[in-house]
Design a protein around this ligand. Structure first.
Ligand code: FAD
Length: 563
C-alpha cells in the first residue's frame, strides 16, 4: 500500500468565455460567437481530445425540414407525438423552425451531406418521422460534422484549446446562497488530466456543453466521456435540473464481447430491417406496435426487446436486413458494414445480435432555447440542457439540430455578458486542499463504477417499479456518500470526478423516477402503467437553504430563468 500527501494546486487564468465541451453545441456556440465578436478571449476545455464526444459518434443524421414536400408543422407534430405530452411546444417550434438554417450553417462550415444522383440532398427516414427528413453523411454524420467544425475552430485566433482538461466544479460568487441573491457563475476548477494539477479558470461567461450521461448505465451507446458532469456541476451550484427520469434507451446496441458501445443505427430499421427473436427467428414487433412495427418510437421498440429478452434464454435479439442488396448496404452503411465484417458478421448474410442501451438524456439542466439557466453568466447547451424539446422521449435525430440551434442562440444571448466584467464579491480561492494518494483505496473506490451501473440498469432502466426504485435509492445513496467522503481528501483524478458525478446523476434519476407515478415516454412504471391526465415536468434543485435537495412538479414549463 502506498500513501502520500500532495498538493494539486495549479495556476489561475482569466478569459471572456469558457466553453466546456467540444461537441456540436460547443463548436456551434464558438463559431457563432466569433462571428459576432472576433476580439474575445475564449477557452475551450475538453475532457480528452476534441473528437471525444457523442457528436462524433452520431450515425443517422440531422432532422430538418429542407424540402418543399415537408413542413415544419409536420416535424413539430412528429416531435410532440414522440414526446408523449411533455414537450414544451414553444421550444419545439423555436428549435425546429431553424432546421433549414442549421443545415445551411453546417454546409457553410464545410459539411458535405450525401446527395442523390440528381444532385439533391439525400433524405433518410427514421422511426417516428412521418417524412424522409434526416440529412446524413453516410453513417458517419457526426464524424463529418465534428471534423468540419473543429477545423473551422482551429482557424480562430480567439480560441485557446485545452484538451485533456476535466472540469470539476463551477465557482460561484455567492457561496452563502443568501435568500433573494442572484448566484453568478464566475469560473470553474479543472483538472489537467496529464499533470494532475487543478487550475482555476475565471470568465465573464461559462458555457456547459458537456453532453449526456450514458455511463450511468451498464450498456450505453455513449463514449466514455458521457458521465453527466455538466448536470452534476450545475446542480451542485444551485441550478435546477429537470425530467431526469427520462433516459432514452436505444433499441439496438451491438451485443458483442469485443466491442462495448457500437450502435447499430436506427436508419437500418428505416431502410427496412426486421427484429427477430434469437431462438426461433420470429418477428415480434406486431405484438407491441402492430402498425409501426420496427419503426415504432424508440421507447416502444426498446421495451419490446427488453421484454422479449427477459422471457427468453438469450441476452439479445437480432436485427435482420439480409433481404436488402449487399451493394446498397455497403454504400448506405459503410462503417457499420465494415465494423461488423471485422467482427465476422456480414450484414447482407448474418443476423446481428443487439440489446437496448442508454443513449440520450432527455432531461438535464433547465434552460430556455438560448441556454439560459437559473444562474447568471451560466449557459447550458446541447444534450446537457433540458429545454423541453424532447419531452418524455426524443424523436430520432432531433438532438444534433438542438445542439446547433442552442449553440447559436446562446452566442446571441450571451454576447453582452461576455464583455461585462465580473464583480467578484468574494475572494475566489485557488484549489487548496491537499490530497492523499492511497492506491488500495482508489482501487476499492473504483469498484463502485461497475456496481452502480449494473444496479441502475437492473432497477432504473427500461422497466421500473416502486420497490425496485426504493431499494436502488438506498444502494445509490450509500455509494454516493462513500464516494463523496473519499473525494474530499484523496487524490482527484478524472475517474474520481466522473464517478462522483455519475453517482449524483444516478441519484437524481432514481428520485425523479420514484416521484413520477405514471408511465410516459421513456419512463415505464410497471406499477403505474397508465399516463396521468395532467402531465407535469419534474424539477430538482439542490437547495442550500432547505436541506439536501428539493423536488417540485411544475405545470408545463411555466419557468423563469435568469435573463
Ligand atoms: C452512437 C450515437 C449515435 C447518435 N446518433 C445521432 C443521430 O444520428 N442524430 C442525432 O441528432 N443525434 C444522435 N445522437 C445524439 C447526439 O450525438 C448527441 O445528443 C449530441 O451530439 C450531443 O452534442 P453535445 O454537443 O451536447 O455533446 P457531446 O457531443 O456529447 O459533447 C460533450 C463534450 O463535453 C466534453 N465534456 C464532458 N464532460 C466534461 C468535463 N467535465 N470537462 C471537460 N469536458 C467535458 C466531452 O468530452 C465532449 O467533448 C447519437 C448519439 C450517440 C452516442
Amino acid at each position: 500500500m502506498q500513501t502520500d500527501i500532495i498538493s494539486q494546486q495549479g495556476t489561475r487564468q482569466q478569459f471572456d468565455v469558457i466553453v466546456i465541451g467540444s461537441g456540436i453545441a460547443a463548436l456551434s456556440y464558438i463559431l457563432e460567437l466569433t462571428q459576432l465578436n472576433p476580439n474575445l478571449k475564449i477557452a475551450l476545455l475538453t475532457k480528452i481530445t476534441l473528437v471525444d464526444s457523442n457528436t462524433y459518434y452520431a450515425q443517422g443524421g440531422i432532422a430538418a425540414v429542407f424540402n418543399a414536400e415537408d413542413t415544419v408543422n409536420q416535424h413539430v407534430k412528429d416531435t410532440l407525438q414522440a414526446g408523449d405530452g411533455l414537450c414544451n411546444q414553444q421550444a419545439v417550434n423555436a428549435i425546429l423552425e431553424q432546421g433549414r438554417a442549421s443545415i445551411e450553417f453546417l454546409q457553410n462550415n464545410g459539411v458535405l451531406f450525401d446527395r442523390s444522383e440528381s444532385g439533391e440532398l439525400s433524405r433518410g427516414r427514421e422511426a417516428g418521422h412521418s417524412e424522409r427528413r434526416i440529412y446524413h453523411c453516410g453513417d458517419q454524420t457526426g464524424a463529418f460534422i465534428a471534423s468540419a467544425l473543429i477545423s473551422q475552430i482551429k482557424k480562430q485566433k480567439a480560441v485557446t484549446i485545452f484538451e485533456q482538461y476535466t472540469a470539476i466544479n463551477l465557482i460561484t460568487n455567492d457561496l452563502q446562497h443568501q435568500p433573494g441573491s442572484v448566484t453568478e457563475v464566475v469560473g470553474l476548477y479543472a483538472l489537467a488530466n496529464v499533470t494532475g494539477l487543478i487550475h482555476t479558470f475565471l470568465a465573464n461567461v461559462v458555457v456547459l456543453a458537456t453532453g449526456g450521461a450514458g455511463k450511468v448505465y451498464r450498456y450505453t451507446t455513449n463514449p466514455d466521456v458521457a458521465t453527466g458532469d455538466g448536470v452534476a456541476m450545475a446542480y451542485r451550484a444551485g441550478a435546477r435540473v429537470g425530467n431526469m427520469e427520462f433516459y432514452q434507451f436505444h433499441p439496438t446496441l451491438l451485443y458483442h464481447p469485443k466491442i462495448n458501445n457500437f450502435l447499430i443505427s436506427e436508419a437500418l430499421r428505416g431502410e427496412g430491417a426486421y427484429l427477430r427473436l434469437a431462438n426461433t427467428g420470429e418477428r415480434f414487433m406486431q405484438r407491441y406496435a402492430p402498425q409501426a412495427m420496427e419503426l415504432a418510437t424508440r421507447d416502444i421498440v426498446a421495451r419490446a426487446i427488453f421484454s422479449e429478452i427477459e422471457q427468453s434464454d438469450y441476452d439479445f435479439v437480432c436485427l435482420d436486413i439480409r433481404h436488402k442488396d449487399k451493394q446498397f448496404l455497403q454504400q448506405r452503411f459503410p462503417i457499420i458494414y465494415q465494423t461488423l465484417l471485422n467482427l465476422g458478421l456480414d450484414l447482407s448474410k448474418d443476423l446481428i445480435p443487439v440489446v437496448p442501451a442508454a443513449h440520450y438524456l432527455c432531461g438535464g439542466v433547465l434552460t430556455d432555447t438560448s441556454g439560459r439557466t437559473d444562474l447568471a453568466r451560466l449557459y447550458a447547451i446541447g444534450e446537457v440542457a433540458f429545454t423541453g424539446l424532447h419531452g418524455a422521449n426524443r424523436l430520432a435525430s432531433n438532438s444534433l439540430l438542438e445542439g446547433i440551434v442552442m449553440g447559436r442562440n446562446a452566442a446571441q444571448a450571451s454576447r453582452e455578458w461576455v464583455t461585462k466584467k465580473l464583480q467578484l464579491q468574494n475572494n475566489i480561492q485557488d484549489w487548496k486542499t491537499t490530497s492523499v494518494i492511497d492506491t488500495r483505496r482508489s482501487i476499492q473506490i473504483n469498484a463502485h463504477w461497475r456496481g452502480l451501473r449494473g444496479e441502475m440498469s437492473a432497477y432504473a432502466g427500461i422497466i421500473r417499479t416502486e420497490a425496485g426504485l426504493q431499494d436502488l435509492l438506498r444502494l445509490v445513496s450509500l455509494r454516493r456518500n462513500m464516494i463523496e467522503k473519499y473525494y474530499w481528501d484523496h487524490l482527484i483524478t478524472r475517474d474520481l470526478i466522473e464517478l462522483r458525478n455519475i453517482s449524483l446523476v444516478a441519484e437524481l434519476i432514481v428520485k425523479s423516477a420514484l416521484r413520477r407515478h405514471e408511465s410516459r415516454g421513456n419512463h415505464f412504471r410497471e406499477d403505474y402503467p397508465q399516463a396521468e391526465t395532467q402531465p407535469e415536468v419534474s424539477l430538482a434543485r439542490a437547495s442550500h437553504l432547505i436541506g439536501d435537495n428539493h423536488y417540485e412538479y411544475e405545470q408545463f414549463y411555466n419557468i423563469n430563468l435568469h435573463t
